[in-house]
Write a protein that binds this ligand. Structure first.
Ligand code: SAM
Length: 238
């Protein structure tokens, strides 16, 4: 085993997560695949097993301290990269119906190999969030959207909120100093049909402060959103 079982179990205890041996073995295989694949192409900057445990696995699982997932609920992980937070959430909640979305095809090929190796079920989607958000097959269809380390809050809100159904939740994973981002996104959230329900703050061991922001979808997103990428980034909703 390349990951430390003790480090992992100790650090998810605060989130009320009791890892079973079979789950730890799945995480271990995943860590091994991340390290192997990183030798071939740049998948993630985090490469050491202890860092993978804390900065990727524990951080991703912190969401479970803020929400209880139910059988059959749908979640889209926007800008999933090497699978964060989507794969850790799926290992712990295989009843979730997760779609892994990224604009980089080779990252999704990696995700497919992980799903296959761990015998997990999930959909991969190689596209841009702002295009998927205008596709009637996906628009306003998910119970949850998640995004970690993708962009600033008002931009990821435009990527993610159009994908969430009314009554669903967009979960934004952020570091410290989110107050300014939240203040800047106030109008964007209102325009897109979202409302901040909660901002859970916690300390991630050896990584500092984290915020998990729950944004409830309270009304439909106007059809003009999401706009194209350059409009979103050059002219954020003010
Ligand atoms: N969420 C992962 C994590 O926390 O490790 C990956 C973060 S990585 C910094 C950002 C990812 O978002 C990249 O894999 C990139 O390809 C993807 N991305 C950026 N903009 C996107 C967009 N508009 N639509 C889909 N994926 C996007």
């Amino acid at each position: 085993m390349i990951i430390s079982k003790e480090l992992f179990t100790k650090n998810v205890k605060d989130f009320n997560i009791d890892l079973k041996d079979v789950e730890i073995e799945m995480f271990d295989k995943y860590a091994q695949m991340l390290i192997d694949c990183n030798k071939k192409f740049n998948l993630t900057a985090i490469k050491e097993p202890d860092e993978i445990v804390l900065k990727h696995f524990v951080d991703s699982l912190s969401i479970m301290n803020t929400v209880e997932f139910c059988e059959g609920q749908t979640l889209i992980d926007v800008g999933t990269g090497a699978g964060f937070p989507g794969i850790p959430l799926l290992i712990m909640n295989p009843q979730l119906d997760i779609t892994f979305l990224d604009s980089t095809g080779k990252k999704l090929i990696f995700i497919e190999s992980v799903l296959d190796e761990l015998s997990l079920f999930g959909e991969t989607l190689n596209s841009r969030a702002e295009e998927v958000g205008q596709n009637p097959d996906y628009r306003e269809s998910f119970d949850f959207a998640t995004a970690r380390a993708v962009s600033e809050l008002r931009n990821i809100a435009e990527f993610c909120l159009p994908l969430v159904k009314k009554g669903g939740t967009f979960i934004a994973m952020k570091g410290s100093k989110v107050e300014e981002e939240i203040a800047q996104s106030e109008n964007a959230l209102k325009t897109l049909g979202g409302k901040i329900e909660n901002n859970f703050k916690f300390e991630l061991p050896s990584c500092g402060e984290r915020s998990i922001i729950h944004i409830k979808k309270i009304s439909q997103t106007p059809t003009k959103y999401p706009r194209n990428f350059s409009q979103i980034t050059k002219h954020p909703i003010r």
